[in-house]
Design a protein around this ligand. Sequence first.
Ligand code: CTP
Ligand code: MG
Length: 579
Amino acid sequence: MVKLLRYLKPYRAAALAAPLLMVLEVVMDLLQPSLMASIVNDGVMKGDLGHIGLMSIWMILAAVCGLLGGMGCAYYAIRASVGFGTDLRNALFRKVQTFAFRELDRFSGGTLVTRLTNDVMQVQMLVQIFLRMLIRSSMLFFGSIVMAFLISPKLSLVFAVSLPLFFIFLYALLSKSIPLYRTLQAKLDRVNSVLQENLNGIRVVKAFVRAAFEKVRFKRANEENYEVGLKAARLLAINNPIMTLLLNACIVCILWIGGAQTWEGGLAIGSLAAFITYVTQTLNAMVSLGNTLMNISRAKASSDRIIEVLDTPSSMVEPATAPLTAGTPSAPSAPSALYGQVEFRHVFFGYEEGGEEPVLKDVSFLAKPGETIGILGSTGAGKSSLVNLMPRLYDPTEGSVLVNGVDVKSIPLEELRSQVGIVLQQAVLFGGTIRDNIRYGKPDASQDEIEAAARAAEAHDFIQSFPEGYDTQIGQRGVTLSGGQKQRISIARALLARPGILILDDSTSAVDLRTEARIRTALRDRLQGSTCFIIAQRISSVADADRILVIEDGRIVAQGNHAELMVSSEVYRDIYESQ
Ligand code: CTP
Ligand code: MG
């Protein structure tokens, strides 16, 4: 948890001011009972009105000082902790942006949301409690013991009995409640993730009429959360009466022993009253210290989860310096002979490091600049995995991928990705207008450029058919697009940047055959000189490609153009006949 302290650094002034102001408040709090004792002993008992008046003024002054101290402390503590929380959340967000696909496979969206909101909140609360309560409680605890001792060393012997008793009780309580709170946090996580999953898949839930099942699932998660929460609350509920009981027992003892002393004249009545107040303060401070410990243990679980994200390095390592060889992408305006070339050299790839069977096995091929390469294969064969290596969404486990004749690992990521346009298999659109979605990768694109890209993707016509055209809002509060419409907007988005290499991962699967053919023709016109990879399920989508790679079980089992493959590859003929 100490690791997170560096996010408090920018707020160290406030983080220092808060405890200092708290010292002021506590000192004033500690003074009050003594002033009170003086009023009783020297004022009331002796009938000295002047003394009572003077002491009353002192008491009011002390109270005002204490109030100012307390308010100042609260102000600075909140400032420091809220600033801390904001910076921490920002740091987490920035970290998540550096994550490669591999890390994103590991942390689901749901847990990242919980970590960035709830977990940060817990730690932020702890910082505040730390700056206010911890200092206050420990100072009150020791201060009150000292003050009580000053009044009557003999009576202070009650501490010798009551403190160990309190300690044992608190220890028992904490050792039960701390694990309980850990479980509670885990249960809350579960509720969150069931909810998240349900919301993400709510359409599937409806389509399969599984609402009843989902209700039970959520109810169970929710009830488990409730049960643990109830247990924790029950534990806390017995805490208060027992503490009060112990405290009252202490007071009875003090009155018994102290009362006798007062009777005999060894102790003034006012001092006895002050003594009781100090004992009460001491024991209350102890309870509050216990609560703080509980908060620390709760926040510990959260801070572990935060640190886990912060400490996960991105598996995508940027090259130290741009390569200086000929044909480097650092001069895309002057394409060399290799510009647009893609080569795989004995590539192996697997999603789990050291996992059993690799997903890609010994894949080698060369795509020359300007070629159109079709990729065919059954579902799960590894087609998406293969193309994802080109813009370096993942790194191969063995072998190398070369783009423009240079190993992708030595090309700065931004440069590489500006040249390799990919339309991912799952079309993703953001909330906003259609225009914003198309120019996502090139925010300064002109309307002409946007329209040209949309035309090539056969999206212009249907966009125009909306009353608001390119300004149509999509997403949460706007129109919902069909699968094929989404795909075409995704294609337009990739086309806009005129990438040297374009990858379409099954991007026309939801588009009818005629539209698909038109998109292919438009692409050919627009992307002259660009290398194209087209993954498809239908042979007709790739039949006119320069070369077709047939993938089976992570291997290239055949390659050639349509005519060649019809002669040489049985697998290809099988697919052809099945269609
Ligand atoms: N896979 C995985 N983790 C991922 C993605 C895929 O373990 N994040 C596995 C899949 O289970 C599959 C294999 O990798 O066994 C190949 O997946 P993929 O390349 O996506 O297959 P495609 O050929 O693209 O299949 P489809 O036609 O269905 O898109
Ligand atoms: Mg795929």
